[in-house]
Design a protein around this ligand. Structure first.
Ligand code: SF4
Ligand code: SF4
Length: 414
C-alpha cells in the first residue's frame, strides 16, 4: 500500500489529465485486497440543503459511485439513495447508531436549522413523531467515529445561512463544538474532495486540516495561485465582461481569496472550471460564502491611489475577514505598476470578522497588511506629487465656446 506521504503527493499532484480519479481506485483496491480496509458504516444526513452534494457525489468517477457504495463504504442511510423509505430505513439508521457506536461515520449535507429549536427542518419520523435535523445531529454526532460536513452549507452555513437567515442556518461545527468536524466545503463540494477525504480516512485516518478544518489536500492554495489567467492578472490584462479573455478580477473574481484546487482539478469529469469557461470564481468553497462574496460581479475591495482616499482599515478588515493576506501583496504590486486602476466600483462588502482563525495570527496579518498599505500609500503620493501636470490641448468644442465668449471674436481667449 502507498505510504501516507506518497498518497498526499499523488493527491496534490492530481491535475486534469492525471486526476485523483486515476489514483484512488488502484490504491483502494490494493488495500482492500490486503484486507487492510474496513468498510465503515455510513449515515448520510441531509439537513437544510438542495441535495447538491449528493448529486455531485453521484458524478464521482473512479472510484465511481457504485464502487464507492458497494466496495469501500457501507452506506446504511441516505434518504435519497435508500432503496427503501420510511420506518424500515429509519430502523436501519437507528440500529447503526446504537450497535455501531464509535465505528460509523456521520456525513452531513446541508446547514443545521437552529431557529425554533430546529423546527424548520424535519428529516424523518420516529414512533410517529417528526425528528428535526438539529436533534438528530445532536444525538448521532457524539457516537460517530468521524463527523464529516460536506458542502458549504454543512461546513459554514452556506446559502442556507444567507441573510436574513430566518431558519437560523449554521454550519455543523457551530453546533457540534466538542469534537472535530471535517469540513469539505464547496457549493457543491467537488466529488474528488469528498472521495479523496473518505479515502484518506479509510487508509490513513484524519487528514491534516487547515484553520477552517478543511483537508489541506485540496484547500491549501488559492484559486488565484493556480489560475491559468494569472499571467494576465500580472500583466494588467483584465476582462471588462464575463466571457471575455483576460483576468476576471475586475468582474468580480474571488479567486484571490478562495482556497481550493479547481484550476488544476477542474469539474465535470475534469473538463473545465469557471474561470477557464470565462466566468469569475464566486468563492463557493470559502467560509464566508455567499454573503461575504457578494455582489458576485463586483471586484474585491479596491485600493485607489489617486484623488480618492483609501480606507486601509476597511481593506485590512476585509482581507482578515476573508481569511487571506496574500492578495494584498499582489494588489500592492499592481498599484505600483499602475495595473489596478482607479475606476473600479466600490468593493465587496466585508463580512463579519472571521472568528475561527488564531487571533494572534490574524492580528499579525492585519498589522503587516496595514504596514504594507501605508508604505504603498506614501509611495503612491510621492509618485503623484512628482508627476508633471501637462496642460491638456483644447478640444474644438472648447475653442468654439471660447471664440463666442471673446468680445472681439478674434478667436483669442480673454
Ligand atoms: S483574479 Fe481570478 S481570473 Fe484573475 S488570475 Fe486570479 S483567479 Fe484567475
Ligand atoms: S472556481 Fe470558485 S466558485 Fe467555482 S467551484 Fe471553485 S471555488 Fe467554487
Amino acid at each position: 500500500m502507498l505510504s501516507r506521504r506518497e498518497f498526499l503527493k499523488l493527491c496534490l499532484a492530481a491535475t486534469a489529465t492525471t486526476g485523483l480519479a486515476e489514483i484512488l481506485i488502484p490504491v483502494l483496491r490494493q488495500a482492500s485486497a490486503q484486507s487492510a480496509l474496513p468498510r465503515p458504516p455510513v449515515i448520510w444526513l441531509e439537513l437544510g440543503s438542495c441535495t447538491g452534494e449528493s448529486v455531485s457525489l453521484d458524478n464521482t468517477r473512479n472510484p465511481n459511485f457504485y464502487q464507492l457504495l458497494t466496495e469501500f463504504l457501507d452506506l446504511r442511510y441516505h434518504w435519497l439513495y435508500n432503496t427503501v423509505q420510511g420506518d424500515g430505513a429509519v430502523r436501519v439508521m437507528l440500529d447503526t447508531v446504537e450497535k455501531e457506536a464509535g465505528k460509523f461515520w456521520l456525513v452531513v449535507e446541508g446547514s443545521v436549522m437552529t431557529a425554533a429549536d430546529g423546527r424548520y427542518n424535519h428529516i424523518f419520523m420516529r414512533n410517529g413523531e417528526m425528528v428535526t435535523g438539529l436533534a438528530a445531529l445532536r444525538e448521532f454526532a457524539p457516537k460517530a467515529r468521524y463527523v464529516i460536513a460536506v458542502g458549504d452549507c454543512a461546513a459554514f452555513g452556506g446559502p442556507g445561512a444567507a441573510h436574513p437567515n430566518p431558519g437560523g442556518g449554521k454550519g455543523v461545527w457551530d453546533v457540534i463544538t466538542d469534537r472535530v468536524v471535517i469540513n469539505v466545503s464547496g457549493c457543491p463540494s467537488h466529488p474528488d474532495w469528498m472521495t479523496g477525504t473518505f479515502s484518506h480516512l479509510l487508509l490513513y485516518g484524519l487528514p491534516e486540516l487547515d484553520a477552517y478544518n478543511r483537508p489541506k489536500l485540496f484547500y491549501s492554495r488559492t484559486i488565484h495561485d493556480q489560475c491559468q489567467r494569472r499571467q494576465q492578472f500580472e500583466d494588467g490584462i483584465f476582462a471588462a465582461f464575463p466571457g471575455e479573455g483576460g483576468c476576471l478580477y475586475k468582474v468580480g473574481c474571488k479567486g484571490p481569496v478562495t482556497h481550493a484546487d479547481c484550476p488544476s482539478r477542474q469539474w465535470n469529469d475534469y473538463v473545465n472550471w469557471p474561470v477557464k469557461a470565462g466566468t469569475p470564481c464566486i468563492g463557493c468553497a470559502s467560509p464566508h460564502f455567499p454573503d461575504g462574496m457578494t455582489p458576485f460581479y463586483n471586484h474585491l475591495p479596491d485600493i485607489r491611489t489617486r484623488s480618492v482616499s483609501v480606507s486601509v482599515r476597511k481593506i485590512g478588515a476585509a482581507f482578515a475577514a476573508l481569511g487571506v493576506g496574500a492578495v494584498a501583496t499582489h494588489l500592492a504590486a499592481g498599484i505600483f505598476a499602475r495595473r489596478i486602476h482607479d475606476h473600479y466600483l466600490d468593493g465587496t462588502k466585508p463580512s463579519d470578522p472571521a472568528p475561527p482563525e488564531n487571533l494572534t495570527q490574524v492580528k499579525q496579518e492585519l498589522d503587516d497588511l496595514i504596514r504594507q498599505q501605508n508604505a504603498l500609500m506614501s509611495e503612491a503620493k510621492q509618485l503623484e506629487a512628482a508627476k508633471p501636470h501637462r496642460r491638456r490641448p483644447k478640444s474644438w468644442l472648447r475653442r468654439l465656446v471660447g471664440f463666442w465668449r471673446t468680445e472681439d471674436k478674434t478667436g483669442k481667449d480673454k
